[in-house]
Design a protein around this ligand. Structure first.
Ligand code: NAP
Length: 313
C-alpha cells in the first residue's frame, strides 16, 4: 500500500470530511495529511490529492509525478506548477456536469420568464404582464463547450432553445451552432439573447468579456457567469448594465470572493448575486472519480487526461 498525501486549504471540518470519504473510497492507498508524513516518507510520495493547496505545502514532495485536484477550476494550481515537471489532473465528474447543467437551465428559465422584472414589480406593487418569450425564440449561447459546457448545451437543446457555443476547437453537438475564433465570437454574440459563460480562467480568457465584446450583444441581452469572475471585466459590465445595454446579469463568481459587504453589486437591481454555488463538488461522486483515476494509474502507469499547462486548462 502506497502513501498519498491529501493537501487541503479548506477549513478543517471540510478537510476531515474529504479525508474520511477519500479513505473509504480509495482503500488500496494510504491517504495521509501533511502532518502525518516525515521528510523521508515525503520523498517517496508520487501522487497528491489536493483541494486549494498552499503552493508551499506542495513543494515538500520533491518526487510528485501528478496531482489530482478535487476542483474542476485549476487556474491557481496551473500557475503554481507551471515550471515543474508535475502533471495536473482536474476533477471531471459527470455529477458535477449535471449539477452545472441544471443551474444553467434554472437561471436561463429565471431570465427567460423575467423573474428579476417581476420581483421588482412586486416591490413596487405593480400589476403588469410582460410578453412571454417561447424557448424556441430565445437564443442562448454558451462560452466554453468542455465538460460543463457540453452538459449544459445538451440540457438547453432539450428545451428547444436556439443554442450556440464558442470554443477553441470546433464542436459537433446535435442542434448546436459551433463558433470559434474572434470572428466566430463576434458573430455569436450578435445573435445572443442570453449569454452563459463557462470558460476557464486562463491568460487568454482573463477579462475577455470587456466593453468591446459585451457591446456586441444585442441591446437588452442578459448574462450568466458561472465559471470565473475575472473572465469578465466587471467595470465594463457595470457600465453596460447602467446604460441598459445588458438588461440583467446572474453572477455566481466574482474577481474577489466572497463579495465584499461594501460592494455596490449587492444592491444593483440588475444583478442577481449567487455565492459561488452553481456547481458545488459532490464529495462522494468526486471521491469515486479520484479513486478510479488513481487505481487505473497504479494498474497501467498511465496518468489520466491532464491539464495542458500552456493552454491553462
Ligand atoms: P473544460 O472541460 O476544460 O472546458 C473548457 C472549455 O472552454 C472548452 O470547450 C475549451 O475549448 C474552451 N476554451 C478554453 N479556452 C478558450 C479560449 N481561449 N477560446 C475559446 N474557447 C476556450 O472546463 P469545464 O470542466 O467545462 O469547466 C469550466 C470552468 O467552470 C472551470 O474552469 C471552472 O472555472 C468553472 N467552474 C465553476 C463552478 C462553480 O460552481 N461556479 C464549478 C465548477 C467549475 P476546447 O473544447 O476547444 O478545448
Amino acid at each position: 500500500m502506497k502513501n498519498i498525501v491529501f493537501i487541503s486549504g479548506s477549513e478543517s471540518s471540510a478537510q476531515q470530511q474529504w479525508l474520511a470519504i477519500l479513505k473509504q473510497t480509495l482503500v488500496s492507498e494510504n491517504i495521509l495529511l501533511p502532518e502525518q508524513i516525515d521528510e523521508s516518507q515525503a520523498k517517496a510520495i508520487d501522487i497528491a490529492i489536493v483541494a486549494n493547496p498552499d503552493p508551499k505545502a506542495l513543494a515538500k514532495y520533491p518526487n510528485l509525478i501528478w496531482i489530482h485536484s478535487l476542483w474542476a477550476g485549476v487556474e491557481r494550481l496551473v500557475a503554481d506548477i507551471k515550471d515543474k515537471p508535475i502533471k495536473l489532473v482536474r476533477l471531471e465528474d459527470p455529477q458535477l456536469a449535471k449539477t452545472m447543467a441544471e443551474s444553467v437551465l434554472a437561471w436561463t428559465l429565471y431570465l427567460q420568464r423575467q423573474m428579476p422584472e417581476y420581483s421588482q414589480q412586486q416591490s413596487n406593487k405593480a400589476w403588469h404582464q410582460l410578453p412571454t418569450i417561447a424557448s424556441s425564440e430565445l437564443r442562448v449561447s454558451v462560452l466554453g463547450a468542455g465538460v460543463l459546457g457540453s452538459a449544459s448545451l445538451n440540457m438547453l437543446t432539450k428545451l428547444d432553445y436556439q443554442v450556440s457555443c464558442w470554443s477553441r476547437t470546433p464542436k459537433q453537438f446535435a442542434g448546436v451552432n459551433s463558433y470559434q475564433g474572434s470572428t466566430g465570437l463576434t458573430t455569436m454574440l450578435g445573435n445572443t439573447d442570453i449569454l452563459v459563460n463557462l470558460l476557464p480562467l486562463t491568460n487568454n480568457t482573463h477579462h475577455l468579456l470587456g466593453n468591446e465584446l459585451l457591446s456586441k450583444l444585442p441591446k437588452g441581452a442578459k448574462l450568466i457567469n458561472f465559471s470565473r469572475g475575472a473572465v469578465i471585466d466587471t467595470s465594463a459590465l457595470l457600465n453596460l448594465l447602467a446604460s441598459s445595454h445588458i438588461a440583467h446579469a446572474v453572477l455566481d463568481v466574482f474577481e474577489h470572493e466572497p463579495l465584499s459587504p461594501n460592494d455596490s453589486i449587492w444592491n444593483n437591481p440588475n444583478i442577481t448575486v449567487l455565492p459561488h454555488i452553481s456547481a458545488p463538488t459532490n464529495m462522494h461522486t468526486a471521491a469515486k472519480v479520484v479513486a478510479n483515476n488513481i487505481s487505473s494509474y497504479r494498474a497501467t502507469n498511465i496518468i489520466p487526461n491532464s491539464v495542458d499547462i500552456n493552454q491553462g486548462y
